[in-house]
Design a protein around this ligand. Structure first.
Ligand SMILES: [Zn+2]
Length: 129
């Protein structure tokens, strides 16, 4: 049960990842500033920091692409609009686990149900019970 509370939606997860990348990028560039006496080190750190920031831009772009593919729904728990990626995701606002697959309703929430193989296993397990 505690798992459900800490679970955050995929889009939010990727977004925080991109944010962390930006901070890392700036930290590395700041390291470059501190080591300006050693030219090659400064250049390397600056380029590295730039790479982190560029990568984070790519990730942000990717989120944009994902968002267009995500299914917009109204969360049944908090009644706010949220977006779902894949068959199993969590509400962006209240972290309520959500599924688009009726057969999985009532099952213990697990991200691995996004994979077809696990879904099939879970369904056959339910039938046998
Ligand atoms: Zn919600």
């Amino acid at each position: 049960m505690a798992d459900k509370l800490v679970y955050s939606s995929k889009i939010n997860k990727i977004r925080s990842f991109a944010l962390i990348l930006i901070f890392v990028g700036f930290a590395v560039m700041y390291g470059g500033l501190l080591s300006k006496n050693i030219e090659w080190l400064m250049l390397t750190l600056f380029l590295l920091g730039l790479l982190f920031i560029l990568f984070s831009c790519v990730v942000y772009f990717w989120i944009g692409m994902l968002s267009t593919k995500a299914v917009p729904i109204l969360c049944p728990n908090c009644e706010k609009p949220t977006k779902m990626l894949g068959k199993v995701d969590a509400c962006m606002h209240c972290k309520q686990p959500l599924t688009l697959d009726k057969d999985l309703e009532g099952l213990e929430f697990d991200e691995k149900y996004n994979k077809r193989k696990y879904r099939a296993e879970a369904k056959s397990r339910m039938k046998n019970e």
